[in-house]
Design a protein around this ligand. Structure first.
Ligand code: NAP
Length: 205
């Protein structure tokens, strides 16, 4: 009897705040790549961002929990938030590989724009040996848009790098923060509990 290898999606992001673009991406990846589960992994201290510009990790974690509650295939991890120091993705993937064991197939999901500079990330040669990469992109994105070094990185294990077209990629956390600051509605851009959380905690003002 053969047992199926578990297929785990790992949705990496700052999620400041989490929005419908992220949720549509995660669900799209789950269906397209037949994932058993998608684990949202909010960064604790993102390596490429100044912490003075990023909301408190507990707020970002709570909003991600609220946004994912109704999907039984979604979970949220505190791994990066509880780990001391900078949240390097390679450290998270190594921990998750140990946690899920060698049988599990891992799929790291993030925005295509986020991986532009991946060749500069810590131990970038190791990523595609640990996990598949799913780059969420607006329709029409082509690999030639990536810097040449990143295209070479993709080419190392091309069968483990995937592009997922997501029309809802037009929604962005930056735009949501700006709308809140200007007092413009964010209804239907984020789930209602997230909208209420942002208002209750006076985020992004
Ligand atoms: P970012 O640089 O703020 O985002 C770049 C673009 O990708 C934005 O348009 C962003 O949209 C989008 N995006 C980010 N995460 C997404 C997701 N899960 N699904 C769909 N689109 C997404 O990206 P970030 O959120 O800070 O980082 C993305 C991931 O890369 C995180 O897991 C982070 O830890 C990792 N990372 C690791 C290193 C490293 O290890 N050295 C360096 C940089 C990034 P929104 O702004 O709307 O989310």
């Amino acid at each position: 009897m053969t047992s199926k290898r578990p297929r785990i999606g790992i949705m990496g992001g700052t999620f400041d705040p989490v929005h419908y673009g992220h949720l549509v991406t995660a669900e799209g990846a789950r269906c397209e790549y037949k994932l058993d589960q998608v684990l949202f992994l909010p960064s604790g201290k993102p390596p490429h961002k100044s912490m003075s510009k990023v909301s408190d990790a507990e707020h970002r974690y709570m909003m991600t929990v609220l946004a994912t509650l109704t999907n039984p295939h979604f979970e949220v991890s505190r791994l990066d938030i509880d780990r001391e120091g900078v949240s390097y993705t390679i450290d998270s993937l190594r921990s998750l590989q140990r946690f899920y064991g060698p049988e599990a197939e891992l799929f790291f999901i993030t925005g295509a724009d986020a991986i532009f500079e991946i060749t500069g990330w810590k131990d970038s040669d190791e990523y595609l040996t640990i996990a598949h990469f799913i780059a969420a992109a607006r329709p029409g994105f082509c690999l030639e848009e990536l810097p040449v070094a990143t295209q070479r990185w993709v080419g190392q294990h091309g069968d483990r790098f995937h592009v997922l077209n997501v029309p809802a990629m037009a929604i962005s956390s930056t735009e949501i923060r700006e709308r809140v600051k200007k007092g413009i509605s964010i209804r239907y851009l984020v789930p209602e509990p997230v909208e209420h959380y942002i208002m209750r905690h006076n985020l992004y003002l």
